[in-house]
Design a protein around this ligand. Sequence first.
Ligand SMILES: [Zn+2]
Length: 334
Amino acid sequence: MSHPHALLTGWLLAAAVLVPAASATAAEPAAPDHGYTADGRATLRQLSSRFESLAAVHGWKQEDVYAYPDAPGFEIRAWRTQRAGEALWIISGIHGEEAAGPNAIAANLDALVALERLGVPIVLLPLCNPKAYDRNWRYPNTAERDWRKGGYSVGDAEYLLPALDQPVRPRAAAPPGPETEALTQFVLRLAEQYPPRLVLDLHEDELSTEGGYIYSQGTRPDDSPVGAEIIRLLVAAGIPIRQSGLTRFGEPIAKGVISRDAEGAPIRDGSVDELLAAPEVLVRGERVRGPAAPTVIVVETPAFAGSRFDLRVDAQGSVVRHAPELWRLSPARE
Ligand SMILES: [Zn+2]
């Protein structure tokens, strides 16, 4: 097989030159350099050294969101611009086996630095599930990918989101895991200083053999100009798009965009994306104002067995590279 490694080699060498291995992490254990790479993904250490350049070279703030007590080197980390205010948020790696997003972000940090230089505040959570990424697992706590078999999502925000039938109560009593609690609490805290205008969450769908699609959430989910542009970018990058029909959850797809559930209600998946879209959240039982992002787009590239990793990275990379245009298309907060 000709290999997607070739695609990554250039910027990894560049990263090695720019950021000596120990510079940004002298006090922390180094990220592992030997995990799952059979699909062409970079190792955790290669990704980390690239992301660390945002702090070491460009002066962004770097923060540990969660450190696994039993697994040194597997921190969930965030980077953000010095400038706070209405912000672009980019999230990826929620599901560990969906490797294209984190690799695409690592290869296209230049676009984010360019946007920051225009004065746009940015929050970046590029690899939210480092343990599962390293093992090609989906969830942090089990190799099982079927959620009915005990896995929980690092982005599960149901303990903060109103119940569907009773909005004064949370949908779940507690977060399912410690990293989940840390990640969702970090998101709520940062959303105060960096209120989200546009959220991009880069996922993949290994069960979709028919094409890619996006979820459009936020306080303005319908006819999103950002969503339409992302579909255009994916098509231009060679990703087939599902034009119509239903997802396996019964949600209607319209020209690659899903903005309503099977009942025609807004998408309420209990995820960190719903949290960033939520006008109202429940903190220790109190109803408080939520992050209320106008536009939240979840990108899903098809990642079935045999699909080309380099093509998926390039398609997701196109979305990251066009962050400045997507920002300009996104409506401001009210
Ligand atoms: Zn996913």
